[in-house]
Design a protein around this ligand. Structure first.
Ligand SMILES: NC(=O)c1ccc[n+]([C@@H]2O[C@H](COP(=O)([O-])OP(=O)(O)OC[C@H]3O[C@@H](n4cnc5c(N)ncnc54)[C@H](OP(=O)(O)O)[C@@H]3O)[C@@H](O)[C@H]2O)c1
Length: 345
């Protein structure tokens, strides 16, 4: 089969972290929900989803050590082994949950912890090297330069290929980048969550850092598949604890989807596809920025729907209609926002 035939039907590609970085599909796959946070999973369907995504040109696969306390890394390991050279594997360190109280989380960025975490992730993932290693959350008691230096050691030792940061400020991104090039910034970015546009997106563009928007579907809310998390989702679903997805906030926020639905109808698309097209198109609004969203799904049909959204172009009028949406959202992204970069800017 020629490479043209092989590429037929696949999504476009982009370079992760600049011209010398790996080429990845312009949409990645968030694997978190396959083991963690979003209720019961059909493991066979989730495995089939990993494969289907790859067939469609998705090559950036995102996990973290905290997702199911290592279970998510273990879950994707056989897929990674089968396709090691075809994919870009991203995982993260720094966050851990208390098994007796899931609301309690701890954050560590110190060198001994970084070194311990990378060994644990390498073992669970069954690889010699992690392609993209992120600091998941910032522990403000450790200077960011120190953490970046600890992470840079891992690159020098061949344990990690590229570095990433999640939920950091523009200043933190710049300081870390001065220690070692940062390939990717992973932060929440969607029609409902645009705080990062205030500062860090501009810094990422200037430094050539790829932005990897997480929760680009607003954790599913933007697809219209649920409205009130407390009433509609299972007791163990993390979204029940997110203020914007329950009670009066959820009802008010659901009403904000009206223009999204209207635009979706005009394109013969779904609201979720419009949400994904919007975030993908930030690369044009922020001319020169590389954007690789990582919507999460455990279902083949949805990965097909989501990747198709990379081909939808929104007009200037449509973008304008969507412009006020984020400013009208009620309720925070998390119940405890103390970790977020917003408070440190
Ligand atoms: N760095 C960080 O702090 C951080 C935080 C959160 C997440 N992440 C990463 O980002 C990835 C994506 O974020 P996310 O999973 O939180 O949120 P998301 O991608 O905005 O939404 C995922 C949710 O939407 C549903 N969904 C996906 N496609 C759909 C479609 N076409 N129609 C209807 N529903 C659909 C999924 O359900 P099904 O699975 O049932 O399809 C899931 O419940 C995660 O997997 C994780 O890797 C990183």
């Amino acid at each position: 089969m020629s490479s043209e035939q092989q590429n037929a039907g696949k999504i476009a590609t982009a370079r992760l972290g600049g011209a010398n970085g790996p080429e990845v599909g312009v949409q990645g796959l968030g694997c978190m929900g396959m083991s963690f946070a979003y209720g019961p999973t059909d493991a066979d369907e989730a495995r089939a989803t990993l494969e289907r995504a790859l067939e469609l040109g998705v090559t950036l696969y995102d996990t973290a050590d905290v997702y199911g306390a290592g279970e998510n890394e273990k879950f994707i390991a056989p897929f990674v082994a089968a396709h090691r050279d075809e994919i870009t594997l991203a995982t993260k360190f720094s966050l851990s949950l208390d098994s007796s109280d899931p609301a309690k989380r701890s954050i560590r960025n110190d060198r001994p912890y970084v070194r311990q975490c990378v060994e644990d992730s390498l073992r669970r993932l069954g690889v010699d090297e992690i392609d993209l290693y992120y600091m998941h959350r910032r522990d403000v008691s450790v200077p960011i330069e120190e953490t970046a230096a600890s992470m840079a050691e891992l690159v020098q030792e061949g344990k990690v290929r590229q570095l990433g940061l999640s939920e950091v400020t523009a200043q933190e991104l710049r300081a870390a980048h001065a220690v070692h090039p940062i390939a990717a910034l992973q932060s929440e970015w969607s029609l409902f969550s645009r705080d990062i546009e205030n500062n860090v997106v501009g810094a990422a563009r200037e430094l050539g850092v790829t932005v990897v928007p997480y929760s680009p579907l607003g954790r599913g809310f933007l697809t219209g598949s649920f409205t009130d998390a407390e009433k509609e989702l299972t007791a163990d679903d993390f979204r029940r604890h997110q203020p914007r997805y329950h009670g009066a906030n959820a009802a008010a926020n659901a009403a904000l989807l009206e223009p999204v639905r209207r635009i979706a109808d005009a394109h013969g698309a779904t609201p979720g596809q419009i949400a994904l097209a919007w975030v993908q198109q930030r690369s044009r609004v922020w001319d020169g920025l590389t954007v690789v969203p990582i919507p999460g799904t455990r279902k083949r049909s949805r990965v097909e729907e989501n990747t198709a959204a990379t081909r939808i172009e929104l007009s200037a009028d449509e973008l304008e209609l969507l412009e006020p949406v984020a400013g009208r959202v009620t309720g925070d992204r998390y119940a405890d926002m103390s970790f977020s970069s917003a408070g440190r800017e």
